[in-house]
Design a protein around this ligand. Sequence first.
Ligand SMILES: Cc1cc2nc3c(=O)[nH]c(=O)nc-3n(C[C@H](O)[C@H](O)[C@H](O)COP(=O)(O)O)c2cc1C
Length: 186
Amino acid sequence: MSKIVTILGFAGSLRKKSYNKSLLRIAAELCPKDAKLEIFDLEGIPPFNQDLESQPPERVPEFKKRIRAADAILIATPEYNYSIPGVLKNAIDWASRPYKDNSLEGKPVAIMGASIGMIGTARAQYHLRQCFVFLNMHPLNKPEVMISYAPEKFDENGNLKDEQAKKLIIDLLTALITWTRKLEEK
Ligand SMILES: Cc1cc2nc3c(=O)[nH]c(=O)nc-3n(C[C@H](O)[C@H](O)[C@H](O)COP(=O)(O)O)c2cc1C
């Protein structure tokens, strides 16, 4: 039997009742048996300061260690002002530094996102894909998981009521696992 694929997930929101944090929790529950999804909370990662990149605050090496230990990355992003939230970009910036010590280098990555609007984080997701180029990550193209009108799709406890959305999350995880195994083939 092939080895379990370890996926590290993080959400670009610090909000307690974040839809995107809920998406990650739901993805962990729905994760296929040949993989395991662990979640890292970006809380406590300070604003990036290049003066400190060689001796970063402790939450940063912790984050980079978790990234390096994972076979693949799953990012749940909100959309802020038609782009990715500063919290997410900031965490990615720390994870990529110092130069030549980019912990995200070569990692397979998938994206999902939920927003209260009708576009379901599409604009943010395409901005995030642009970052993957310089990071030299390997993004999964499809399926695209863009959950629109989030307040209608989640209940008050952050559970997804939308069965189609749940199926899409399973499809995303399955495709990410296949993509990761493919990239690992020598
Ligand atoms: C600063 C800010 C900017 C936002 N900009 C957008 C936007 O461009 N598009 C959108 O669909 N929703 C936007 N929203 C609403 C978010 O979709 C909503 O707050 C969502 O719940 C954030 O994700 P979270 O629940 O994971 O925290 C914005 C919210 C904030 C706080």
